[in-house]
Design a protein around this ligand. Sequence first.
Ligand code: FMN
Length: 171
Amino acid sequence: MEKILVTYASKMGSTKEIAGVVGRVLRESGLDLDVRDVRHVGLIDDYDAVVLGTAVYAGRWRPEARQFVRAHRAELIARPVFLFESGWVGPAPRDRRPTAGGRRHAATVGASAPRVFGGRLDPALATGFADRLLAARMPGDARDWDNVETWAVGVAAAVRRHRGTQVRGGQ
Ligand SMILES: Cc1cc2nc3c(=O)[nH]c(=O)nc-3n(C[C@H](O)[C@H](O)[C@H](O)COP(=O)(O)O)c2cc1C
């Protein structure tokens, strides 16, 4: 059976929750998977596909997500990879383009550009001066769960399509 890795880089927990919903949808569609903090992922050889989600801070991916892509580039190129970023809060921006770094990382592993989801800022969960300041100024939760679920359904379909090509290719 296909095994999927859903991994996330999250500082204040919001991206972790998005990864949890993605994992639930994939599981409900019959796929076997692990949902793991990217800092706790070892070898990825046993996974047939990888979903990586990261929070965006100051226009960049979390460092552990960048490190993951650098460390596993060869293995990631060899399997389907699905990326998402989570960031903005407040009203949805008109331009929901992924970060330049995210597009670059996607290209290095042969993945589509990251899907961009809204994020959350909660003063109660923020640690450190800058995070607390920003969270106090613009608290909010812009995560659209329907959007996340729809994306995850598409990921499940793509994983199955890939499996189909692998099975046919192996005959
Ligand atoms: C100091 C700081 C800088 C941020 N910079 C960005 C940014 O450049 N772009 C963006 O989309 N979101 C930015 N955000 C919003 C976070 O990405 C958002 O709160 C996200 O949901 C946090 O995810 P996490 O809870 O998984 O850490 C920033 C948040 C903080 C606290």
